[in-house]
Design a protein around this ligand. Structure first.
Ligand code: ATP
Ligand code: MG
Length: 361
């Protein structure tokens, strides 16, 4: 997948942008506050129907305007078939059109625009709690197996119902039976897809760690979120009294996690800041590699402030690895000289200044 053309209106300090993009590398450079991250934010909005900077869509609308609009054309790498996505945020509502038809499910956007994002905060993936890692893992699982979404939604629904019984301290066991069966059915499906994905993922991770950081030996542990040796319903029965006390379901795939270790120690306790950034980049590279193998297509990656914490050699290796996977790359930088771009044929450069985006040729 690649975005061919991008139009943005009234988004933050951007008044109007209309650019043609490269399927390879697109670089947005300019001073602090010029609007570079806002361009990435627009692309992210198209793919996920939400921003990565705020939950309040309203603040994204340019000052003194009533709405923002974003539009793009997306080309399938294999069929060369083109689709149009249009988005408008107005009266506190987001409206999305896909090739002229109103779109109801944001997961259709996610399928169409498989997108990953690296920012200077991306090390949070390793440092913060398990929920970011679960989301990261599930991005990959979903793109390999779309039915994963339905399993997740049904699991979450059952979990919510069960938790609501627990919260009310309802002790009639038979009221739990139906939801416990639902939980079991979807927990096992979620686990088996995650487990399969993780084994492929680890191979790619080791490969990119070798390319980027040369940290060895590395190990990765996938925690299912409950003790796998117990039959699922038996596990729920065993934890029932504690769950009633807690007011929620303690164990299950909603608690799963990924742990990364080097020489038996957690990476976050062992590696330097720069090494952790590279480790994070290797995680993203492994996702892109697996995506392109499994879907026979390629995804899109946004890298905000590419030079942050990476030295020249590693900036180049990261770009080269992504480029050779066929990933469409969007990077921002304040300093164009920091990027070694000569080797890459498919590159477009855009200068960003006071919200205006101009292609440099
Ligand atoms: N709703 C808005 N309307 C108008 N301008 C806005 C709005 N929200 C933010 N801005 C401004 O938009 C500008 C662009 O911000 P952006 O984060 O895109 O800059 P940047 O080029 O990524 O900067 P940096 O290099 O510092 O990361 C900033 O000056 C910001 O103050
Ligand atoms: Mg920025």
């Amino acid at each position: 997948m690649a975005i061919n053309r991008l139009l943005i209106n009234n988004l933050r300090n951007i008044d109007s942008v209309d650019i043609t993009l490269s399927p390879g590398i697109n670089v947005f450079y300019g001073d602090n506050g010029s609007g570079k991250t806002s361009v990435l934010e627009a692309i992210y909005l198209l793919a996920r129907a939400r921003s990565f900077r705020t939950q309040k869509q309203k603040v994204i609308i340019a000052n003194n305007k009533r709405s923002f609009q974003i539009f793009c054309t997306v080309e399938n790498n294999n069929t060369h078939h083109e689709k149009k996505i249009g988005m408008e945020f107005i009266n506190n509502k987001i409206k999305i059109h896909l090739s002229g038809q109103p779109l109801k499910k944001s997961s259709d956007l996610t399928k169409l625009l498989p997108l990953l994002l690296i920012t200077p905060d991306s090390k949070n993936l390793i440092f913060q709690g398990p929920s970011l890692r679960r989301k990261f893992l599930d991005w990959g699982v979903f793109h390999v197996e779309h039915s994963f979404l339905e399993y997740s939604v049904r699991y979450q629904r059952a979990l919510k119902q069960r938790n609501s019984l627990l919260k009310q301290k309802i002790s009639e066991k038979q009221l739990y039976n139906f939801w416990d069966q639902e939980l079991k059915q979807f927990a096992l499906k979620i686990h088996s897809l995650r487990e399969e994905y993780v084994s492929y993922f680890f191979e790619r991770l080791v490969f990119y760690l070798n390319e980027l950081v040369n940290i060895k030996p590395i190990s990765m542990e996938y925690l299912a979120g409950w003790p796998l040796e117990l039959e699922y319903n038996l596990m729920l029965t065993k934890t029932y009294n504690k769950d009633i006390k807690l007011g929620f379901t303690e164990k299950g795939p909603h608690r799963s996690d990924l742990l990364f270790k080097v020489e038996g120690q957690l990476v976050q306790e062992k590696l330097s800041g720069g090494q952790l950034k590279l480790f994070t980049c290797a995680l993203y590279l492994a996702q892109c590699a697996l995506f392109s193998e499994k879907s026979k297509s390629s995804n899109i990656i946004l890298i905000d402030d590419l030079p942050a914490e990476l030295d020249e050699k590693h900036r180049y290796t990261l770009l080269k690895s992504l480029y050779s996977l066929g990933t469409q790359i969007f990077v921002t930088t304040t300093n164009l000289a920091m990027l070694e771009l000569k080797q890459f044929k498919n590159t477009r450069l855009f200068h960003v200044e006071h919200g205006k985006v101009r292609e440099m040729v």
